[in-house]
Ligand binder design. Structure first.
Ligand code: 2PG
Ligand code: MG
Length: 427
């Protein structure tokens, strides 16, 4: 048996950052190398993404994963036994064929993605290289540009404001570490401003400050002030990035902004975002319109997509066919890549391939329910994606990933160098 052949696979029930059970898979290879990975979990989920297998019933609000663990220990372990962990596509094809559904609902996207990622980790361990190097081959990639949350909202903050992620991108940072330094200063300044107003009220799911704001615009104004208070120049050194996550409050062409007390149609929503783009130094907007509003996404991209990154998450769900169809209609100019939306690493990587073929950008992303697993950092670097989003710069499941990046940067031929500004729409 080849040293990189899968010898055994074991599922384990572990915990995520929202105190919910999730799936860890550990794989051992014939030569003794091991790899393990943990499935994350989303809260604002695209309706077409791979679904997690959950037990239902009383325990843990129905979110237990004992059935997914059983699938890992049983069918998945049997089906992957003997496969070469270095042949990721063969592993992932076997997983998809074994599941046999379009949405991974039989075995569970949680069991599948943990197995897929664990195989990659085991293969890298067998070669004695970090996962990013296993994925990059001979290429010399540069560190991804961080996209970091300062205020969390939407489904991650009980709908306290409508917009889900108020983030910053250190567009003028000279390297990865400086991008983190600047963001940490902005996060601290934002906390001071909130405390000064008596509005510091803890953090949301991804570590961003709790959004105790009177309106969505109030959050944007505060973010600009925080950038300035940190001694940085909004728009020049640091841009604002939003994940509107519009599918959470919009459907059938109607958008209900509860915090602002407004209901808008698709054109009205585009116009509102256009006003924000005029008033604030916004460089990137994710899911500006709902997943069922591809025409709106195309209209938005045509109006603003030249200077701004328009990222598709819920509508594209890390799916290559969806990226291709969206590119044909002119909807979005970048894709968000979440392995657990696709169910396997190969599925997610295919979405990246489709984005590249369309001349789009891409962002590797963690989920709102996370763990200490740092696979996404290695994917962003190893696939040469150029951007990484893992929530805020607080909470251990977030800092685990940013800190992994710091460690990796020390080992790169390119150090902490970031992609050239000209590669991005704001360049
Ligand atoms: C998103 C993610 C991460 P969730 O919408 O991009 O912020 O959230 O994991 O809840 O889908
Ligand atoms: Mg999103």
């Amino acid at each position: 048996m080849k040293a990189t052949a899968i010898r055994s696979l074991k599922g384990r029930r572990v915990w995520d950052s929202r105190a919910r059970p999730t799936v860890e898979v550990e794989i051992s290879l014939a030569g003794g190398a091991r790899g393990r990975a943990i499935a994350p979990a989303g809260a604002s989920r695209g309706s077409a993404e791979a679904v997690d297998l959950r037990d239902g019933g009383e325990a843990f609000g129905g979110l237990d994963v004992t059935r997914a663990i059983a699938a890992a220990d049983g069918e998945i372990a049997a089906a992957l036994a003997g496969l070469d962990a270095c042949d990721q596509e063969a592993v992932d094809d076997r997983l998809a064929a074994l599941d046999g559904t379009a949405d991974a609902s039989r075995l569970g996207g949680n069991a599948m993605v943990a197995a897929s990622m664990a195989a990659a980790h085991a293969a890298a361990a067998a070669k004695g290289v970090p996962l990013w190097r296993h994925l990059a081959g001979d290429a010399e990639p540069v560190m991804p540009l961080p996209e970091i949350q300062v205020f969390g909202g939407g489904a991650h903050a009980a709908g306290r404001v409508d917009v889900q992620d108020f983030m910053v991108i250190a567009t003028g940072a000279s390297d990865y570490a400086q991008a983190l330094d600047w963001t940490a200063e902005i996060y601290r300044a934002a906390g001071e401003i909130m405390a000064g107003r008596g509005r510091l009220a803890g953090t949301a799911d991804e570590g961003g400050l709790w959004p105790a704001f009177d309106s969505n615009e109030h959050a944007l104004e505060t973010l600009v002030r925080a950038i300035e208070r940190a001694g940085l120049v909004p728009g020049e050194q640091v841009g604002i990035s939003l994940d509107i996550a519009a599918s959470e409050f919009g459907a059938d062409g109607r958008y209900r902004l509860a915090r602002d007390g407004r209901e808008l149609d698709s054109d009205g929503m585009c116009a509102l975002l256009g006003e924000w783009i005029d008033r604030f130094p916004i460089v990137s907007i994710e899911d500006p319109l709902a997943e069922d509003d591809m025409a709106g996404l195309a209209a938005f991209t045509s109006a603003f997509g030249t200077g701004i990154q328009v990222v598709g998450d819920d509508a594209l769900v890390s799916n290559a066919d969806r990226v291709r169809r969206a590119a044909e209609t002119g909807a979005c100019n970048a894709v968000l890549l979440k392995p657990n939306q696709a169910g396997t690493l190969s599925g997610c990587r295919a979405a990246l391939g489709a984005a590249r073929a369309a001349g789009w950008g891409a962002v590797v992303s963690a989920r709102s329910g996370e763990t200490e697993d740092v696979t996404v950092v290695h994917l962003a670097l190893g696939w040469g994606v150029g951007q990484l989003k893992v929530g805020s710069i607080a909470h251990g499941e977030r800092t685990a990933k940013w800190n992994e990046g710091l460690r990796i940067a020390e080992t790169l031929a390119t150090g902490g160098r970031l992609p050239p500004r000209s590669q991005f729409p704001w360049g």
